[in-house]
Structures are given as C-alpha cells and as structure tokens.
Design a protein around this ligand. Structure first.
Ligand SMILES: [Zn+2]
Length: 461
C-alpha cells in the first residue's frame, strides 16, 4: 500500500513536474512544468485542430447566422473539456450585411471597361439599385483633400495612401493608414463627394481588398465606401492620370439591420486558493466576413482556450480562477467587451489580470503590459521561463481592445507575436486556416498558458 502510494506520487511528479498536487497550495511554475506545457501544445495540437473546425464554419461577422453557429459549436467543445463552468453572456450587436451586389466598373476612354477588385467597408451604406457613376479624384492625404476641396463635389474620392514599408513595426504603418479608413467617408462627404474608395491597408502585394470598420457622422451625408485591392489601386491611379474623365460605376446593396442578439462565450477553472480572483485569457470571436477570420481572431480565442485545456490536461488546480472569454463584436462595435466590463464592474469578483491575444498566430515575441512599472519589473523576472516559448520581452504598452474596458485590474496584457505577416491577412479573404502555422500557433498557446499560470500561482507582487 505504502509502496503503491509512493509510486503513484512519483509518477505524478514525473508527469507534472512542479505541480504541488494539493489544492490550496500554490503550484511551482518550474522549467520542467513550462516544458510540459510546451510539449503538450506542440505535439498534441488540439487547439490547432479546433481552430480548423471553427474556421470551416466560415467567417463570424457580428449578428450573422454563422457567428451564432460558431459560438454554439465552441460552447459545445468547451463543455466537453470538463471545465468548472461554461456560459453565454448575452450582448446586443450591430448587424451589417454585405449583400450580394458589389461592383465597381471602371470606364476609361479608348479602353475596355474594367471590373475593379473591391469590397464594401464595414458599415457602409448601399448605392441605389442602378448604382452611381462619377469621376474619381485621387487623394494622398487629408491635407490634399482640404486643398482640393472645390474639386470634390459630385465625385468619388479615392484615398491612395500606400502602406509605409519603411517602418519595421507593421502596426505603426497600419496606425498611420487606418485613419483614412475610419473617417474617410466623413471627410469626403464633407466636401460633397458621392462615394469613396480606399486603397487596401496591407503589406501584401496582391489584389485582395482588405476591409474594416468605418465611421459616419450623423450631421454629414453617409456615402458608400469601399476598399480596393492594391494592384487595382495602382491601375485606377494610372487610368485617371491618362484620362481624368475616367468614371467608376459603383453598385452596392449592403444593409444595416436592427441590432441582433449575440453572446460572449465564457468558461473557467475555479481557483483553489483565491476563487474570487480572476485571471482572464481572451480573444474576440467575431471576424470580418471575408476569409475565415483565422488569424483575426479565432486563433487568439483558441489559444486562450488552450491555456485552460492544457492546465486541465496537466491536472493542475490553479490558485486563482482562470477564465477564458471569447468576446463578441470587437470588429464593429466592441459591444461584447462593454457588456463584460459592466458585468465585471458589478460582480463581487476581483479581475486580477487579463490577457488578450489579437495580433495573429505568429511566433511569440513579447507581452505588452498596461500596468505600473513595479509590476512590470516584477513580471520581467519570469522572462527566463517564458523565453522557452520564444517570448523575448515584457514591456509597458497597450494591451488589447476588449480587455482595455476592464477597470481596477493589476495588469492588462497584450500577447505580441511577430508582426511581419499580420497585415498580409488582416480583414481579407487571405485570412484562412491554411495560413496559420501550427507550431507558431501552439507556441503562442504555451506562452499564454505559462503567463496565466505564473500570474495565478505567484501573483503580481
Ligand atoms: Zn482582431
């Protein structure tokens, strides 16, 4: 009997190095435990397989039937994983539909008509059934738009602002170009434009339109706004230079429906010492309606879910509650994040820390932490362990859109993978499961798992 017990204990230690095995006693997050986490992530690839199944359902635009189907599918998967609880949190979301008419026909003197590769930007209004036809004014900045204000009336404004490839950090390039997407329709309509076209914000030289959220102003006419593939942006630019009377006929039948009921999807493993202290791991489950929303952001959701799944597989009882959230509607309204933050504010629980993965499933690089410098210095002592997953740094910075709504946490943390390819895929038909590398994805899962465990077991001071 004694020998058997000893043998079992030994086996347990061999299987789960560092695990105290006793609920209520903090687990030591050792290098051996870190390596177990990494081995499970890299060899079992259960998260990667689940990501494939989710992507097969199709894109998950807020309010769409597919988004609900995917939520219910993922909920069922969570329930099978045997966590302490799985639940849906209702939230109302905007419900914009692209429609099935999407055409931009370019007419240039002496040339054959040419169909431009375009896609309506998220939230755009439709054109009339027969569409609209107008000459195009190419604009390279808001300063230029202002300077040429008198030329804009009755025209289509074409924002041809290339991605700045000289910047090493692609998010910096995106940050510069994205303002033309978000406020481009407002600024063009201010001077009387009838529609607007945006050169896609992407690092890849292909002809796929990259979409995203746009804004309207209630005091300014809402005009249709589309993204154009960058090769056709070049072509359009040349055509209007050779024939300034070139026209584009634009037809869209996108539709803004009343708000729809949707859900954040949540599951958790209860903490054994501090059940009331929550460590959130999260991503957003909605996506744009092009591609499969694989990198953005089914990957971040599944990586977060893997943190719980790996902890469960290792039979670890975490000290703090580890809660996984699949937020709904990050892309066009952040309603899910607001709903959850309201709940968190009212709940008696303490939201101790939150991690979000929403920058694609690429090789781990770092964690960007929104907290005080003492906490960040404290976390940096975990680097030798996290380095085993490829994480190189922990620094002060922004976290994630959804978790940024949480108040009174000790730290809000953004998972930062390598960024060189993210904008090849972002918000486009390129963002599909086959473009996710299983090893890079799994390394991200293990980095997030380890950080969640470190916070849960060691706290942040
Ligand atoms: Zn995203």
């Amino acid at each position: 009997m004694k020998i058997n017990l000893l043998f079992l204990m030994l086996l347990c230690c061999l299987n789960h190095p560092g695990y105290s095995g006793e609920p209520g006693i903090p687990n030591k997050v050792t290098t051996a435990l870190a390596d177990s986490v990494i081995t499970i992530a890299l060899t079992e690839l259960t998260g990667y397989d689940l990501l494939g199944e989710i992507c097969k359902i199709g894109p998950r635009l807020s309010g769409s039937e597919q988004s609900i189907k995917a939520i219910m599918f993922a909920k069922q998967k969570m329930e099978l994983m045997g966590f302490d609880s799985v639940w849906l949190q209702k939230t109302m979301v905007p419900h914009w539909e692209r429609g099935n008419v999407e055409q931009a026909l370019l007419t240039t003197r002496g040339r054959k008509n040419y169909k431009l590769s375009i896609a309506a930007l998220g939230g755009s209004v439709a054109t009339s059934k027969s569409g609209l036809s107008a000459e195009v004014v190419e604009i390279s900045s808001y300063d230029e738009l202002k300077a040429r204000a008198t030329e804009i009336k009755g025209k289509i404004v074409f924002y041809n602002v290339p991605f700045d490839h000289s910047l090493v950090n692609t998010f910096a390039g995106y940050g510069i170009a994205v303002r033309y997407r978000s406020t481009g329709a407002i600024e063009a309509a201010r001077y009387g434009a009838v529609a607007a076209i945006l050169r896609s914000i992407t690092t890849r030289n292909d002809n796929t339109p990259h979409v995203g959220m746009i804004r309207y102003d209630t005091t300014i006419t809402k005009i249709p706004y589309v993204a154009i593939g960058i090769q056709d942006a070049e072509l359009l630019s040349q055509r209007i230079k050779s024939d300034p009377q070139s026209k584009v006929n634009l037809k869209l039948n996108c539709k803004i429906n009343p708000d729809a009921e949707s859900y954040n999807l949540i599951c958790e493993i209860k903490g054994s010492r501090y059940p009331n202290e929550i460590v959130v791991v999260s991503g957003h489950f909605d996506s744009w309606d092009q591609g499969e929303g694989a990198h953005d952001d089914a990957a971040g959701c599944v990586q977060s879910l893997e943190a719980l799944s790996i902890i469960k597989k290792l039979n670890i009882k975490p000290s703090r509650t580890i809660r996984c959230i699949f937020y709904m509607n990050e892309e066009n309204g952040v309603r899910g994040a607001r709903t959850y933050a309201d709940y968190a504010q009212a709940a008696s629980e303490i939201h101790y820390a939150a991690i979000e993965s929403d920058r694609g499933a690429f090789t781990p690089r770092g964690f960007s932490v929104d907290s005080d410098s003492l906490t960040i210095v404290y976390m940096q002592k975990w680097l030798p362990l996290l380095k085993r997953t490829g994480i190189e740094w922990i620094s002060k910075g922004g976290s994630g859109v959804d978790i940024s709504f949480l108040k009174n946490t000790r730290a809000l943390i953004g998972y930062v993978p390598d960024d060189q390819r993210y904008f090849d895929y972002h918000h486009s038909a390129n963002d599909v499961f086959s473009e996710v590398n299983p090893r890079e994805f799994a390394l991200g899962s293990s980095a997030i798992t380890l950080l969640a465990l470190l916070i849960s077991e060691e706290g942040l001071d």
